[in-house]
Design a protein around this ligand. Structure first.
Ligand code: PRP
Ligand code: URA
Length: 213
């Protein structure tokens, strides 16, 4: 797996405000959205394009257009939804599929509770959106799900990742015959005893949308 940690002062600035416990939900949502658009530029570096001829007011020119099938963007509900618009801003013609996953906060195991994706993803490039890569259970399961349906290129876009989560993805998906890229705004120190990223930003879903229980 190729890991790309964004190195840009604007990303670092926005991430710092996002982490701050005093940042309210509307501001958190806006910053998450802006951060994803900045990360999307790097994440789509490998997006498939094909040559196309156009005629400018001056002369013919050869350019590129995005290839078919279109990329599929897959936000992991709930928190990944807060990243969708930021991604669509950069690739508006991408299709969108949904995976609902929740981590059991006692066992830290990810459970899939919803899925709305094409049955056949053969030859599709997929962009998985999830703000937090903590133990890696949710992202590993999501990637495996997409590859089982035929996806042949995966890029995960996360805001923060723990080293333990990155290591788990690398070992669990080591035999995968599909390239996997991870683009993150920051890599943090570790997980705490509750499976939260330290220093992290807390529970991303709660900070975006409020506490459910
Ligand atoms: C959070 C986060 C990831 C997951 C990461 O979701 O958005 O999906 O935890 O943890 P992991 O790497 O240990 O699997 P959560 O389960 O809290 O659900 P939510 O998005 O509905 O809040
Ligand atoms: N999920 C979150 O939302 N935050 C963490 O730190 C870990 C898992």
């Amino acid at each position: 797996m190729q890991v790309h940690v964004a190195d840009h002062p604007l990303i670092a600035h926005k991430l710092t405000v996002l982490r701050d416990a005093s940042t309210d939900s509307p501001t958190f949502r806006r910053l998450a959205d802006e951060l994803v658009t900045l990360l999307a530029y790097e994440a789509t570096r490998d997006v498939r394009v094909e040559p196309v001829e156009v005629t400018t007011p001056v002369a013919p020119a050869t350019g590129v257009r995005m290839s078919n099938p279109r990329p599929l963007v897959v936000p992991i509900l709930r928190a990944g939804l807060g990243m969708l618009e930021g991604m669509q801003r950069l690739i508006p013609t991408a299709e969108v599929g949904f995976l609902g996953m929740v981590r059991n906060e006692e066992t830290l195991e990810a459970v899939t509770y919803a899925e709305r994706l094409p049955d056949d993803l053969t030859g599709r490039q997929c962009y998985v959106l999830d703000p937090m890569l903590a133990t890696g259970g949710s992202l590993a399961a999501a990637i495996q799900f997409l590859v089982d349906r035929g996806a042949d290129h995966i890029t995960a876009v996360c805001l923060l990742a723990a080293p333990e989560g990155i290591a788990r993805i690398e070992s669990e998906l080591a035999d995968l015959d599909v390239p996997v890229n991870l683009v993150i705004a920051g890599q943090d120190e570790r997980l705490n005893e509750l499976g939260y990223i330290v220093p992290g930003l807390g529970d991303a879903g709660d900070r975006l949308y409020g506490v459910v229980d």
